[in-house]
Design a protein around this ligand. Sequence first.
Ligand code: FEO
Ligand code: CA
Ligand code: CA
Ligand code: CA
Length: 607
Amino acid sequence: AKRTAQGVQNLSFAEIPHGLDFKHHLPDGYSADLLLRWGDSLDAFAGAFSPDTLDAGEQSRRFGYNNDFLAFMPLDPDAAPGEGNRHHLSNNSNRGLLCVNHEYTQPHLMFSGYTEASSNRGTSHAHIAVEQQACGHSIVEIEHTVEGWQAVLGSPYNRRISLTTEMAIVGDAAGDQRLQTSEDPTGKKVLGTVGNCAGGKTPWGTVLIAEEGFGGAFQGDPDNVADEVEARNHHAFGIEPENRNWGDYDRRFDITVEPNEPNRFGWMVEFDPYDPKSTPRKLTGLGRFEHEGFTVVSKPNAPVVAYGGDDDEHQFVYRFVSKKNYLPRNNAHNRDLLTEGTLYAGQFREGGGGTWLPLIFGRGPLTPQNGFRNQADVLIDCRRAAKLVGATPMDRPEDVETNPVNDCTYVMLTKNKKRKAGQENAANPRARNTTGHVLEIVPPGRNGQRDHTSDTFRWNTFLLGGNPNAEEPAERGAYGQQPGNISPHGWFANPDNVAFDATGNMWIATDGCEDFGFHDGLWAMATEGELRAAPKHFFGCPEGAEICGPEFTPDGKTLFVAVQHPADVDNSTFDNPRHRWPDNDPGLPPRPSVLAIRRDDGGTIGS
Ligand code: FEO
Ligand code: CA
Ligand code: CA
Ligand code: CA
């Protein structure tokens, strides 16, 4: 049959098979440049990476560990450094800034002498100092030349953001007593960011990065913290005596010394990659939880809308609506749009109706009777607020992103093994959901003109992850409109990140397929037409890795992907790794790395 539906004709690549080995895999006719690896120098003088001599000073000038979110921010060839506005309005696809999250560190794979068990409580002070420089974010100028994609060493834009980078705290919770510490009595200034998972880009040329699993950076027993409210709060984010021992050397990571320091993490962070001296800002208006990311939808002269998720079992999907309107090209105005507005949590009802429920102090149950003193409490204890107003507990919301073609918003729900029988709801229909699913949010209005500021929406189940032929109903996948419209390699589990190409095709990155016997990777599919939600397998990771990013250049001819934690399997260590991707050099450990994928004939990816 002739496939004429939108998005279908241009997914004609030769699908790769499910598999599992020590390599990465692409369809015939595609190649990948190895663009950035953990430890690669960002300046012209640092030389080659040597794991034996790596110290904190060296790591602060080098690409960080466990690359996750990727944003390609174009550089205008005719604009000078500092002309941020001109740069970000460019759609140059051959030169830009690659902005990369470094989610977390793994001492047993980074340093000699650790086992997985010993690396939690026994990491040395020197190694912790390296780790604190290896997480955070990298901004790297990259260019496409006849030799392929490469980093521009020594570019004035190149920058590392780490756990020692000074940041401002802005929005309704800034300065609140629960954000004050002995080092910062103002509650408006914090050092660094951690747990940087996914993120987003704004139309005014800034980048948003999420603070997700920050609890693991803090040690101490919440029950030894005098304040009951903070004890409950710290428990909710997994702060335990068994966590990493950073607090032994850096006291702010010990909650028995600085009980408020964790309240200064768990936010979205916004920064300007075009101004290497700019101070990143933690945006308290977007709430505090285990942020996967936030992505922005904007229409001229209307409020800007941002969608995000809290990646934990039974947590919620959120939407932020700015108070002021987005004014194209007026960046002095737009820069503050995410500092003022209203945060909402999503309610997904039986029958496909949905409502965004506002999280406003004094409204409904968000009152002193329920322990909220002010809006700062609503934002700091956002999870509790969302639960009280009646938001729907979800199966670990990961990336939430809007399709630029059909203007619908898609929610990746990665899995939820903790959902018990009887706890199912219409939008999370499976008890013990091991494979995850994808929801489609349809705001009112026609394609391309939907009203994302509306407090009501419709929603659909877009697909259910898992093998469509699985015996176990809770693991059985459902794709597209007709059974059998995908190949044996078209199914996947555990959707995590998502990106859309210019024709509205969805590209899903997974985290967890090895539980089903094959590598994590990328699957691409149409969102409309006959082959809606019928995936094709495009990329496969080396064993032990999950895949993050993905990110297209504006021309759709390059696709960047981040291969995170390669060789991260049981008993794999620096000294005895499962494999040594991507270098395969006996002198080098496995290294998380970013690949730049191109079609050998220079054509559009996927078509
Ligand atoms: Fe860091 Fe939610 O994945
Ligand atoms: Ca993720
Ligand atoms: Ca994404
Ligand atoms: Ca994940």
